[in-house]
Design a protein around this ligand. Sequence first.
Ligand code: MTE
Ligand code: HPA
Ligand code: MOS
Length: 765
Amino acid sequence: MPGLTRVAGAALPHDSALTHCTGDARFIDDIAEPPGTLHAALVLSEVAHARLLGLDMTATRGMAGVVAVLGPGDLPGENNVSPAHKPGEPLFAATEILHWGQALALVVATTRDAAIAGAKAVRATVEPLAPVLSIEAALARGDLLMEPMVLRDGDVEAALAAAPHRLEGAFRCGGQEHFYLEGQICLAVPGEDGDLLLHASTQHPTEVQHIAARVLGCDCNRVTVQVRRMGGAFGGKESNASWVAAAAALAARHTGRPVKLRLSRRVDMAVTGKRHPFLFRWQAGFDATGCILALDALLAADGGHVLDLSPGVIFRAVTHALNALAVPAVRIDGRVLRTNTVSNTAFRGFGGPQGVLLSEDVVRQVAGALGMTPEAVRARNFAGGGNGATTPYGQALDGALIRRVWSEAEALSGWAERRAAAERFNASHPWKRRGLGSFVLAFGISFGVQSMNQAGALVHVYADGSIRLNHGGTEMGQGLFVKVAQVVAEVFGVPLSRVRITATSTAEVPNTSPTAASTGSDLNGWAAHHAAAAIRDRMAQAAATHWGVDASEVAFAEGEARAGNHRLEFGELAAFCHRQRVSLSTTGFYRTPGLHWDPVALRGEPFFYFSYGASIAEVEVDTLTGEHRCTGAWLVQDCGRSLNPAVDLGQIEGAFVQGMGWLTCEELWWDAAGQLRTLGPSTYKIPGSRDVPEVFEVRLLADAPARAETIFRSKAVGEPPLMLATAVWNALADAVGTVTLDMPVTPERLLLAWGERDGIGEQRV
Ligand code: MTE
Ligand code: HPA
Ligand code: MOS
């Protein structure tokens, strides 16, 4: 019976699907401004590295509409917006400017235009210093933001020395701008007696609360952070939203009036962190069968000017560098370099997408050296084969599932026929080339920081039987709210329409983790389940007592409570419970079980489970211009027993295209002085609708085994499919017949690679 009416697992639309389209869904800039609202604008540095000798604000102060100019000396609390608290990261540069576009001060005015004009009129007196602008330069200086994270397993030197064959390689990938449609924004509204309400576009309301309180020097209980939805975040609002909101909070506290700080696209791109660019250097030992015996690699990440979330990002890169492969002897040396650029941050995959590139480059090179296909070399080294199934940090992978997702993707694409068709195409076209590439993923699900793997929820059932749901997760378009609502509806056996989704608020559920690491529905789904189940059990007890049956006989389905011949509509039972003085409200809490990690030895089981996926991509390259497009993509993603296959499908498609953008067309470009020159869509190319693969077939793995105690046996989906786009990189390398290909593979870079292959690289440059 429950199988017939299941809400959890149904392909239901996103709760805001319609209002997103009609424009009725409210984002922060749509909230009616309270009377007297002021607007703020950031003063940004115009140099990449300098001693800051002073700020001249006199012109600004005299300008029409300007109400206040706030610099580092005007903070009642600490000038520190670091997510980890230590080492500090200034809200406004105090003595040294560390990147072009760094925030120096805030101008508050009666209109946004006046604030922006005022900000432009602030003059900084600086003594320029030489900026460090590349990973290589920072490596040469030994300028690290943190101790290297070195994962070791086996004796890599001995294994390299003993290996029948050895190869080395080096390559790089670029950063990525989040390009959320709604930029960073906060509306700060002061209440009475020092209270402050922050409407923030953040993945991490609790951190906004903490950092605002730290900057203001007040207790957390004075600051309430609320967020109904974000217009996209992608990791860009995990830590960056906090300092934007803290700046708005500061202005509201200083002026006593509501203040809105909304960054323009240009300012947003200049000042906020992005995905970390990486430089990879490696040495591998292997045998004639393609078995990789040893891998010694450097993963050098550009952290930008401060630490931010880089420790977590490098952790994920290092733990994902072998991905679904097993290699008996490895050393993965992860380093975060300090450069004079924006401070790089979380971005969908959180270092995982960079990490998984390593073994793909190795696989391609080994294949090239042995005359094998990359597919054969990769499969030769899948975890669960001769080299064992354990990651270098000691957690077991599911070798059978790795093979299964791969063989299903292969079948879905009709691999052999596609390969033959590509060869026919290439033989008959003088300047166009088709290529095929593939990829297999094992992505660990859980926050690397163990304490973050917790969540809370608050559920009320009103006396009319309608349900109000609140939890610590945030909605950024990924469909978390509808999924958690489905869980609650399922527990109560009511239609989804009875569950009211409400805005995330630090006043309703405290001490939350960010919605990140793809764990939103895993964590909040369970927390809400616990709350709902507790209320349902009380209702069952009340009904059982009334009917003279055992509580275990009371079932909730199809909008009713039932036991034998007894039936009560859910709303009637709620009203009955209220009259019986049964509490119909409770909190729920969940923490992921079984995680452990030794941060010194780098050993343990940091992930609750792995998300598996496989992909195949076909590309077509114009060798005269370097232009290319993805003509086909075939993806198989393990979502366990999906909570909502419609939402998951959208996540997979979107993530793949976003990953493709990162690898092929999105290029951040800093000039020699350290000024970012790609500050909007005219110079920074994100994928458009026409870049979506012409043939795009996505399958959720059918009958996915569900081995972990996840919510209704579902699996996380938010980030993993981004990495499936790695197949496009492999396909481009296949098309041009090269083994090394730096990313992003823009048309220029592809043309150069093509030229190098033909020995005409010099002329092409
Ligand atoms: N999907 C949309 N539409 N917008 C987003 O900002 N962020 C991604 C992913 N999918 C994002 C998205 C990132 S980086 C993460 S970690 C997850 O959603 C977070 O949500 P979840 O844990 O609920 O999957
Ligand atoms: N992913 C995203 N954000 C995080 C993580 C993670 O693994 N760890 C800490 N913050
Ligand atoms: Mo996602 S990068 O974990 O916000």
